[in-house]
Design a protein around this ligand. Structure first.
Ligand SMILES: C[S@@+](CC[C@H](N)C(=O)[O-])C[C@H]1O[C@@H](n2cnc3c(N)ncnc32)[C@H](O)[C@@H]1O
Length: 451
């Protein structure tokens, strides 16, 4: 039996359905990636902008006849969940956009869900990934960021914008090259909106990245010129931006050329100063650096004289406090792949002779590292560390591993590799460092098998 009623004539068997095909579906449960699971004629459909228990009308987006699942977007809510709320960002409100036959911008795909419920759903998704990929059952509680606002807005200290054909500030539609002009971005810290970039003529620019120090301070705007734009035009755009440093970013090399002000940001986390170049990685939520450094120090309890590795170290967010905690009798190996971030780490750890800053791939560096390691901390990108790196960490026989992750699926997969080597999951903390999106961040302490 199917719970879906095709609104148009069924497609020919074996063909693709028209992307404009709609159907009524009942939403079952959340899935990883910002989707909700429903079924249509026996096939799984991953639906965006829905909530469990809702009856919705969807429009299919991916409908290849031989696909094991389809994708769809809600275009109308027929029976709403009690957890559905008004979306705080009109241009990201997919259902409002659908009513006008338009699309919404991406980046706030959970905005239609009450904040508390967003966190309950994220906990359920995390639990499901642990069960499915690491074969372990664990009750997860998702913690808000320290000092989070009640509405979960105003947290992004980094934002990337596109520019439309008319030179207006814009953002991409979900999974699309199409862009839509935008004004205020409610997820961004007030200092980003205070620049009022939407009032400027950005013609000749293809991308605008804005970053503000997490604790406040002058923003840095990086412009990526469209091909063929003259330096004079870029300089004219830069001079129209008030109250910010401005640079030109080469997205290929990550190099930043200064136009006015400086090309880096001064960050401060728990009393430690960091310098982060414009294009370098830094945690996005204004409270994330503090939340994660605290979780790492509480979880790993670094002691004087210990030898730590900080893998995927970026500009040294964790390396600096770890270096202080282990002191000159200890040692820290800090590994980062990107040249710019590694340069920042070198500056941030200048004069600390017990710290080795190594630029390179984690697997290559670990492969040639023979010094003992008491504790290994890793904070890989979304793809996770993978089997080879987990094996290398296990082979180093540390007393504990700290794993910071921004993706519960790759984390759970890697956790399975640790389990296979006899390791156990001890502390697990999950943080809501991306309110109104499906993303989350976690810290886990893993322990080796008893000797
Ligand atoms: C999630 S960020 C974490 C950075 C840092 N721990 C922080 O919190 O600021 C991941 C970092 O890993 C780096 N990276 C990605 N793949 C890598 C690899 N295979 N080897 C070394 N570094 C890598 C990226 O350049 C990025 O700086």
């Amino acid at each position: 039996m199917t719970d879906a009623v095709p609104a148009t004539a069924p497609s020919t068997p074996g063909s693709e359905q028209d992307a404009s095909t709609t159907a009524e579906l009942t939403i079952e449960r959340p899935a990883h990636g910002g989707h909700f699971v429903a079924r249509h004629e026996g096939r799984v459909v991953f639906v965006r902008h829905a909530l469990p228990g809702e009856r919705v009308r969807v429009r299919f987006s991916d409908t290849a006849a031989d696909a094991s699942f389809w994708r769809a977007d809600v275009v109308e809510v027929l029976e709403a969940s009690p957890h559905r709320v008004e979306h705080p960002w009109p241009v990201a409100n997919a259902i409002r956009a659908a009513a006008r036959n338009r699309s919404a911008v991406g980046g706030a795909e959970f905005g239609h869900i009450a904040l508390e419920e967003q966190r309950r759903l994220k906990a359920a998704i995390f639990e499901e990934q642990l069960t499915r990929l690491a074969k372990t059952d664990r009750t997860v509680l998702v913690e808000p960021a320290p000092g989070e606002s009640e509405d979960g807005l105003g947290w992004r200290s980094r934002a990337a914008f596109a520019v439309d054909a008319a030179g207006r500030l814009a953002m991409h539609l979900h999974r699309s090259h199409e862009v839509l002009p935008v004004r205020e971005m409610p997820l961004a810290v007030p200092a980003i909106n205070a620049l009022r970039l939407w009032t400027l003529d950005l013609s000749g620019v293809e991308r605008v990245d804005v970053a503000v120090p997490s604790g406040g301070g002058e923003p840095l705007v990086l412009l990526v010129p469209a091909s063929g734009t003259t330096p004079r035009r870029v300089a004219a755009v830069a001079s129209s931006i008030d109250g910010a440093s401005v640079g030109v970013l080469d997205p290929e090399s990550g190099q930043v050329q200064r136009l006015k002000g400086r090309t880096w940001l001064q960050e401060n986390v728990l009393g430690i100063d960091y310098r982060v170049t414009g294009a370098g990685f830094w945690q996005i939520h204004r409270a994330a650096p503090e939340a994660l450094v605290s979780a790492v120090l509480d979880g790993l309890q670094p002691a004087a004289g210990e030898r730590f590795a900080d893998l995927y170290a970026g500009a040294g967010l964790f390396t600096v406090p770890l270096a202080r905690a282990v002191g000159p009798d200890g040692a820290v190996l800090s590994v980062e792949g990107s040249a710019g971030a590694s340069r920042d780490a070198r500056r941030n750890l200048h004069g600390q002779d017990h710290v080795s800053i190594v630029q390179g791939r984690v697997d290559a560096v670990l492969g040639g590292w023979n010094d003992p390691l008491d504790v290994v901390l890793l904070d890989p990108p979304r793809a996770g560390a993978g089997k080879k790196v987990v094996r290398q960490i296990v082979a180093a026989r540390p007393r504990a591993v700290g794993y910071v992750s921004c993706d519960p699926a790759s984390f759970a997969r890697d956790l399975g590799y640790f389990f296979a080597a006899g390791w156990t999951l001890d502390t697990l903390r999950v943080f809501d460092l991306y309110p109104h999106t499906h993303h989350m961040e976690s810290f886990a302490r893993l322990l080796p098998p008893a000797a």
